[in-house]
Design a protein around this ligand. Structure first.
Ligand code: ADP
Ligand code: MG
Length: 420
């Protein structure tokens, strides 16, 4: 066996090197399953396959060892069933060229494994790295066991020992390959995310500076419109036009305010605030809005709950979420606001029975400029998530399409001993 160490190392290298080469020179992003075939990844797998099959190690007389199962497994798990099929067919064809003695058994074996892999691929994608390693290890164990059983059946116990050793080496190569792919995938995604947020920073700073410049002329226009509306000679229609203009200017103002806080989250000092009182204030403030929309809004508010936060920012978050809920339920719907606490956290729930969202939509929440509304800006939630995160809190979302949505804000309780 020892004279084969170099040969074994060659097989390990021929699996790991193409993956590293792919990420260094060929990649166009993370290796991920899509319906389209990633030809560069497929090419990489072919190289692995040909190199490992061309120079197998002869462990005992007539019994050869290589690592063709690794590109085969990776093809299904990371390339999808089409890539997997391509690799399997090429593998069997190459096997047919170099040694056709075991072809039928091989075909049967790999067909069974490929069915298992196709079933696995969909769940595999959402697994944690640990589970991915477990499931591939179990798969490899199954393959090894069937091989070992064959030797037991043939009464060749010496072969079993060798099978176990080569299988351990294959297992180490496979797990290492999966870890490299997963880690490099994470790095690719982080890099992508960083580029995106860098772009966003530039855009939001630009938007903020424009918004700042636009605010002043708007304030003076609003002032003059207000003066004009006090003129007694105006007809009622003219008065109504002026009122509408002022309302629209206010709406523009509030959008601009949102953009400004997107660029500059308030990092001023935090106070110990009574959140029960603040929620009541906001509900009062929103009552005109709910009246217009004919929305029932109920509440259960536990008294005297304190958190550390900035009052204005907290109000802004509550207004954003409650307004979204009211918009989601439409006319005649109902919204419920609950404030409660366990020992550590204050929980503010905003529950609506409105349109709801799909899991994909929920995933997108908080992404800047994501909005499904005609007049939406898509920054209300971005700011809200940002503010709550800065307060060491969390916003959790549960939603079902057509049934409704629950937003839960979790914030640490501010104990009474702390100074305000
Ligand atoms: P905007 O309200 O301007 O569209 P937001 O950031 O407040 O921007 O919300 C982003 C998107 O999230 C909304 O367009 C909507 O599709 C979705 N959304 C937010 N809250 C709810 C809710 N309670 N029910 C259903 N969808 C919601
Ligand atoms: Mg909104």
């Amino acid at each position: 066996m020892f004279e084969n160490v170099g040969h074994v190392l060659y097989h390990v290298l021929i699996i790991l090197f193409p993956i590293l080469f792919y990420y260094q020179f060929l990649h166009k992003g993370a290796i991920e399953q899509t319906t389209k075939v990633n030809y560069r990844f497929l090419g990489t797998l072919f190289v692995m396959l040909v190199c490992t099959m061309s120079f197998p190690i002869e462990v005992t007389d007539g019994s050869y060892y290589d690592q063709k199962i690794i590109p085969f497994i990776l093809a299904f798990l990371y390339g999808g069933w089409l890539t997997g099929l391509a690799v399997m067919v090429s593998m069997l064809y190459y096997l047919y060229i170099i040694d056709e003695s075991n072809l039928l058994v091989m075909m049967l074996n790999y067909a069974v494994v490929s069915v298992f892999l196709v079933v696995c691929t969909n769940i595999y994608r959402n697994m944690t790295l640990k589970k991915k390693v477990y499931i591939t290890s179990i798969l490899l164990l199954l393959v090894t066991t069937t091989r070992a059983l064959r030797f037991i059946h043939r009464d060749e116990p010496g072969e079993i020992f060798l099978t176990v050793i080569v299988s351990v080496i294959t297992w180490i190569s496979l797990v290492t390959a999966i870890m490299i792919i997963e880690n490099l995938n994470i790095q690719m995604r982080l890099q992508h995310e960083l580029q995106r947020s860098e772009k966003l920073k530039v855009v939001s700073e630009l938007a903020a500076s424009v918004a700042h410049e636009v605010r002043n002329p708007m304030t003076s226009t609003r002032g003059f419109l207000q003066l004009m509306s006090q003129d007694d000679n105006l007809s009622s229609a003219q008065k109504r036009y002026i009122d509408i203009s002022i309302e629209e200017l206010d709406r523009a103002q509030s959008i601009i305010q949102d953009y400004l806080s997107l660029a500059k989250p308030n990092k001023q000092g935090l106070d110990r605030i009574n959140i029960s009182v603040e929620v009541r204030h906001v509900l009062q403030l929103m009552s005109t809005y709910t009246n217009i929309n004919n929305t029932m809004i109920s509440h259960h508010i536990e008294e005297e709950l304190y958190i550390k936060a900035n009052k204005d920012e907290m109000k802004q978050v509550l207004i954003n979420l409650i307004k979204n809920a009211i918009e989601a339920v439409g006319k005649g719907g109902s919204v419920c606001v609950n404030v409660s606490s366990n020992h550590k956290f204050v929980l503010i729930e905003i529950i609506d029975d409105g349109v709801g969202m799909t899991p994909q939509q929920v995933d997108k929440l908080g992404t800047p400029f994501y909005s499904t509304k005609d007049k939406g800006t898509g920054i209300g939630l971005t700011i809200s998530f940002q503010i709550i995160e800065l307060l060491q809190g969390k916003i959790e979302v549960k939603s079902e399409l057509g049934k409704g949505t629950t937003f839960t804000i979790k914030l640490p309780v501010s104990p009474s001993t702390s100074s305000s």
